[in-house]
Design a protein around this ligand. Structure first.
Ligand code: PAF
Length: 283
């Protein structure tokens, strides 16, 4: 596996692959790879002949008080894992390579409506930062297919809409959440949890499972969501939201039914965790 930081060499390599008739899959990441990312590589492999991963800790998607500086950067270990998993090429550009004219005047892509609620309401500018870098990476690599984790459900929804609105000829594959033995969704931010917080953290997924069960028993959504928030507070979280939404539009709904998804975000100490459970994956 070659690691490149040059756009020119990246594009030459991809052009040669395209001339040979290869289908190309893209897996954009911010590095600090775990099993969840590696399953994206596996999914990419199933849909293409050549798998390209990117590692770029995108400053545009971090708010001023967020964890950009402490975000774990583990390139050598990431390279080892990607090689083991059979990734063909890693593009790991610097901020200067991707944003040569700086960030202040950069052309931004914003995806209205689906970016606005849930995490978007608590992280202003976050999804604009994501949509901008993903659109840029799509333009640079022109993949046939791109894989994203369902853990970041709102991000996946934003990217699907971006691709539809821009008529980009890219298949977006959502890859199911990889979970630890106790249900905690794998995330690079789990590394911030000390052992006590790590034990408590599994209650986030438990809250989704319990809420889904209550919906199935016919309880009213307002009551289920209020109880879920209370359950989180009792477990030591500071919840931001627990919401039942339509999985395509992310508009709030009241019925747990095909095409619906329960989403949650909550703080445990200084770590912000998110998770979700879709009706279709739960039933
Ligand atoms: O999910 C992530 O790691 C990032 O948000 C992404 C999609 C790589 C964009 O920076």
């Amino acid at each position: 596996m070659h690691t490149l930081d040059s756009i020119t060499v990246l594009q030459q390599t991809l052009a040669a692959w395209r001339r040979e008739g290869h289908r190309i899959a893209l897996v954009p990441t911010m590095g600090n790879l775990h099993e969840g990312h590696l399953r994206l590589i596996d999914a990419a492999r199933q849909h293409a002949d050549r798998v390209v991963a990117t590692i770029f800790v995108n400053p545009l998607q971090f708010g001023p008080d967020e964890d950009l500086d402490r975000y774990p950067r583990t390139l050598a270990e990431d390279q080892r894992l990607l090689i083991e998993r059979g990734c063909d090429l890693l593009f790991a550009p610097s901020v200067e390579t991707l944003y040569p004219e700086g960030q202040a005047t950069l052309t931004r892509i914003s995806v209205p409506q689906v970016s606005e609620g849930l995490c978007g309401a608590h992280r202003p500018g976050h999804f604009e930062g994501v949509a901008t870098v993903v659109s840029l990476l799509f333009n640079l690599t022109r993949p046939d297919v791109a894989c994203f984790g369902e853990k970041d459900f709102q991000q996946l929804t934003v990217i699907r809409k971006l691709v539809r609105d821009q008529h980009m000829p890219i298949d977006i594959i959502g890859v199911p959440i990889a979970r630890d033995h106790d249900g905690l969704a794998l995330s690079s931010r789990n590394r911030y949890l000390d052992s006590e917080a790590r034990t408590q953290a599994s209650r986030l997924h438990q809250c989704l499972v319990d809420s889904a069960r209550q919906f199935e028993q016919g309880e009213a959504s307002e009551q289920v969501l209020a109880q879920g928030l209370q359950q989180l507070e009792e477990a030591g979280f500071r919840p931001e939201y627990l919401a039942l939404c339509d999985a395509t539009t992310l508009r709030p709904i009241t019925a747990w039914q095909p095409g619906s998804v329960l989403l949650v975000a909550a703080w445990l100490g200084t770590t912000r965790l998110i998770d979700n459970l879709s009706y279709d994956s739960a039933s």
